[in-house]
Design a protein around this ligand. Structure first.
Ligand code: FES
Length: 103
């Protein structure tokens, strides 16, 4: 996906694997990858790097980089963002995504 050196501690990068889009972040030395698609109606999330969160432009919902729901104005809370397996091999960040679309 990208070189480890491009994802320093505290860094966040968007990715597009064709079947899925998402964001990978490094915090506390750990890599975490989550879907970049809102669990409400499927709008693409936008990264707010200063606030370190993912915002949905459709209905003013925000998710943490870990995928947890942070805030919403909907009648019921949304599911957290699906997570993807991620690892580093030989200086490269690799995200494993399912072959089909993820909600
Ligand atoms: S589609 Fe994201 S909150 Fe509705």
């Amino acid at each position: 996906m990208s070189a480890s050196a491009d994802l320093a501690e505290g860094g966040v990068q968007g990715f597009d694997l064709g079947t899925v889009v998402g964001f990978v972040a490094r915090a506390g030395g750990q890599l975490r990858a989550v879907s970049g698609v809102c669990t409400h109606l499927g709008c693409r999330l936008a990264l707010d790097s200063a606030a370190r969160r993912l915002d949905c432009p459709c209905h003013r919902t925000s998710f943490a980089l870990s995928g947890e729901l942070l805030r919403h104005q909907l009648p019921a809370p949304l599911a957290a963002l699906p997570q993807f397996e991620v690892r580093e091999v030989h200086g490269e960040v690799q995200v494993y995504a399912p072959p089909g679309p993820v909600a």
